[in-house]
Design a binder for this molecule. Structure first.
Ligand code: F6P
Length: 527
């Protein structure tokens, strides 16, 4: 499938990205401005021919047809027999969205109105702390967005407990006043062991503190019956349908903690941003479509050039959890070994995604990005302005660092340049040896997404941009981006290991390594 592109890649020879800028129009020709943001992919090896081949690939894989099928409510999640309609949650124009012939929008808008009423009630009360208990998609989206929008917080403090490690909830509850704390139990299935264990612990904590649990719990789930069995009354349950995947669920009830933090208006702006990106994704031609171009750059680097990872590097400290959020979004969606038809993928699945905010990462792993033997395509994000008017000099430094990194990655530093820098300090062979350590190969690709300010609407656009990028890459790879069977085996084995860890059953039948680790755990168990 990638033959033409692989041939083009072979033909690159020793061409350097920098040389492409001999074309003075390159920066604009290989950037896209849409929705007030600029996506620059000029600092990659992609030229007219490569871009044309990538767009041909998208056409041949029916990206537009599959996209329209998704928005039309067709069951594109074929292994689970479900539609994929997180976009309906931000369809504020209420354009009808049909699932099996029924418009789902009245239900979506009704739930949103109920969330707003509850958010206003809690924000107007003496509640000081809200603890969202959830994991994976029921945690990462709200955490990421709540941190990102800190300047807009005017509600109760929001905490997030996800890990089954008791340290997580213990450290959180220590900071909360039981009389003024509300718990949100966020779980699509309402069965996830981590979430249920933490929810029970929260109940016990209230009881131990002598606080009545009535009115203290809210449920966000597709399984309202299970939430009821936990003791949460229907008026405090917010359901969502099975056509909202966990990692795509921040736009609905799972976003309640964000709504509590920034208020219903701010939350609506977040949805509006995503809705605008949806419209762009549906309407813009592929060649001028931001999610499509972002995906094609990804395919070029990962499947064609074989770079196994990509780094997401937000020069926006409040996006510190964006890499973690994207790890689930991208790797749980496109980390699959078989295509829709069940046959093994004849090429690599989606890439390994990782990252940290700049400038912190510069003082940690950028050494490898600049001089390591493997190429790591980098995706920079940066705002033109910060939220701190008194600290403009900080922001100028932040932007300068972001731009400097992509320039350094592309330009590098030759041996001659390195020699010239140390010429006064060393001579002869030592000069040469010292210079080699200071060489940067350069020619390392990166993209930059620049936007005016990280406000709720912009965050909505960015998150929806990445969601659609994952979709496009998944379609091109022929993957079902909406199931996650790969998380099941570990869960099953953990359930089976429970009695062995508790000492209620022996380790017979376990491999030698697991048995020895169990023995060590028993020997050193707290008594
Ligand atoms: O284990 C993976 C997963 O199923 C994710 O896909 C999901 O976001 C997470 O667990 C949490 O699931 P739930 O919201 O049902 O508790």
């Amino acid at each position: 499938m990638f033959e033409t592109l692989k041939t083009l890649a072979k033909g690159l020879g020793d061409r350097r990205i920098e040389d492409l800028f001999a074309d003075v129009g390159r920066a604009d020709a290989f950037s896209l401005e849409a929705l007030g943001m600029r996506f620059d992919y000029a600092k990659t090896q992609i030229d007219d021919d490569i871009r044309a081949a990538l767009l041909d690939l998208a056409e041949s894989r029916d990206v537009a047809v599959r996209r329209d099928a998704m928005f039309a409510g067709q069951k594109i999640n074929e292994t689970e027999g479900r539609a994929v309609l997180h976009t309906a949650l931000r369809n504020l124009d209420a354009r009808p969205v049909l699932v099996e012939g029924r418009d789902v929008m009245p239900g979506v808008l009704d739930t949103l109105a109920r969330m707003e009423a509850l958010a206003n009630e809690i924000r107007g009360s003496d509640v000081t702390d809200v603890v969202n208990i959830g994991i994976g998609g029921s945690d990462l989206g709200p955490v990421m967005a709540t941190l990102a929008l800190a300047p807009y917080h005017d509600g109760p403090r929001c905490h997030f407990v996800s890990n089954v490690d008791g340290a997580d909830i213990a450290d959180t509850l220590r900071r909360c006043d039981p009389a003024r704390t509300v718990f949100i139990i966020a779980s699509k299935t309402f069965t996830t062991i981590e979430t249920m264990t933490n929810a029970e612990t929260a109940k016990r904590w209230l009881a131990d503190k002598g606080v009545d649990e009535a009115g203290k719990f809210i449920a966000l789930s597709s399984d309202v019956a299970r939430a009821g069995a936990f003791g949460i009354p229907p008026e405090r349950c917010f359901g969502f349908a099975d056509w909202v995947g966990g990692r795509y669920s921040v736009w609905g009830p799972i976003g309640l903690s964000l709504m509590l933090a920034i208020g219903p208006e701010g939350f609506t702006a977040f949805l509006r941003g995503a809705e605008a990106m949806d419209r762009h994704f549906v309407e813009a031609p592929l060649a001028a479509n931001m999610p499509v171009l972002l995906a094609l750059v990804g395919i070029w680097h990962n499947q064609v050039l074989g770079h196994a990872t990509r780094a997401v590097l937000p020069y926006d400290n409040r996006l510190s959890r964006l890499p973690a959020y994207l790890q689930q979004l991208e790797m749980e969606s496109n980390g699959k070994g078989v295509g829709m038809d069940g046959a093994a993928l004849p090429y690599d699945s989606g890439p390994i995604v990782w990252g940290e905010p700049g400038t912190n990462g510069q003082h940690a792993f950028y050494q490898l990005i600049h001089q390591g033997t493997r190429v790591v395509p980098c995706e920079f994000l940066v705002a033109a302005q910060g939220h701190e008017p008194d600290l403009r000099h900080h922001h100028d430094l932040l932007v300068a660092n972001c731009l400097a990194q992509s320039e350094a990655l592309m330009r590098g530093r030759s041996l001659d340049e390195a020699r010239a820098r140390v010429a006064g300090q060393f001579e002869g062979d030592e000069l040469d040896r010292q210079a080699r350590h200071r060489v940067f190969p350069g020619n390392r690709p990166s993209t930059t997404l620049i936007y005016p300010l990280l406000d709720p609407e912009t965050l909505g656009k960015i998150v929806a941009l990445y969601e659609h990028r994952v979709f496009v890459e998944g379609v091109i790879l022929g993957i079902n981006s909406y199931d996650q069977w790969g998380v099941e085996l570990g869960k099953e084995l953990a359930t089976a290991l429970g009695p062995l860890v508790r000492g209620e059953a022996g380790a017979g039948g376990k491999d030698g390594s697991t048995a020895a680790l169990l023995r060590f755990a028993h020997t050193h168990k707290a008594t």
